[in-house]
Design a protein around this ligand. Structure first.
Ligand code: NAD
Length: 255
């Protein structure tokens, strides 16, 4: 798969595990990548590494829950690399605790990052895609959205909301040649999963339980995800929209 030469790709949460793997894969295929993260140091490390290796990427401070920051970062990214061709909404965050032990204040944080943040990104980036009559949006949800996950009630609700949002925007914007698809990771070895393991109390037992229940027999690695993400962004997927694909070693198998 090629064809991303000089196309502008924004990856939110691009400083994290799955985000940075995604940045590297797009850059390797010639894209110009804007690395958005609330952790500017993390985003800068990722952008600097790919730039040193001969690719094109730039870090932007962007907390997706903050609308003015989203507007400023998207404008600055367009100044740097031109109209946005591909948006990967990957930033996410979780609290791992049974629902009855969570507080309404924590729900607000979870909803702000995992749902409202993605709403801001769509709302700010989509008008330019409509104008261009072209766009590829890939939203990173979770298998928790499809089958539920103990200790992740509000997060799962947000990710299920992201799936429904994606299908609706896929319908609204098909006439503009904009596709919107969803990738659902399963347990994947990143900082977020490390927190999940800690929240579970007995990390080794949890990992072993996952290994036993994942047909392909292992926890995911960040590098397992970009293949599906890049596929949805590619010309090979130009007739694919509103779809949800799990990349979880077969943990969930949806018909
Ligand atoms: N790792 C897993 O097991 C797993 C499973 C299912 C889904 N996911 C999803 O995959 C995506 C990537 O997660 P990851 O596992 O790479 O985690 P990660 O913690 O390594 O990366 C998440 C990144 O998002 C950034 N971020 C968080 N809140 C932000 C905000 N408000 N604004 C901008 N950036 C913000 C963080 O700074 C971090 O760089 C998330 O959407 C997550 O929900 C992960």
């Amino acid at each position: 798969m090629t064809g991303f030469e000089t196309r502008h790709v924004i990856v939110t949460g691009g400083g994290g595990g799955i985000g940075s793997a995604t940045v590297r894969r797009f850059v390797a295929q010639g894209a110009h990548v804007s690395v958005f993260d609330r952790d500017l140091a993390g985003a800068t490390r990722v952008a600097d590494a790919v730039t040193e290796a001969g690719g094109t990427a730039k870090a932007f401070a962007c907390d997706i829950t903050d609308r003015p920051q989203v507007e400023q970062a998207v404008a600055a990214a367009i100044d740097a690399f031109g109209p946005v061709a591909v948006l990967v909404n990957n930033a996410g965050w979780d609290i791992f605790r049974p629902f009855l032990k969570t507080t309404p204040e924590e729900w607000q944080q979870l909803i702000a990052i995992n749902l409202v943040g993605a709403l801001h990104m769509h709302h700010v980036v989509l008008p330019g895609m409509v104008e261009q009559r072209y766009g590829r949006i890939i939203n990173i949800a979770s298998d928790a959205a499809r089958v539920g996950s103990s200790g992740e009630a509000v997060y799962a609700a947000c990710k299920a909301g992201l799936v429904a949002l994606s299908k609706t925007l896929a319908r609204e914007h098909a006439r503009h040649s904009i596709t919107v698809n969803v990738v659902c990771p399963g347990p994947t070895d990143t900082a977020l999963f490390a927190d999940y393991k800690e929240g579970a109390g007995n990390p080794e037992k949890l990992v072993e339980a996952f290994r036993r229940s994942i047909p392909l027999g292992r926890i995911g690695e960040p590098e397992d995800l970009p293949g599906a993400i890049v596929f949805f962004a590619s010309d090979a997927a130009s007739f694919v929209t509103g779809q949800v694909l799990s990349v979880s070693g077969g943990l969930s198998m949806a018909g």
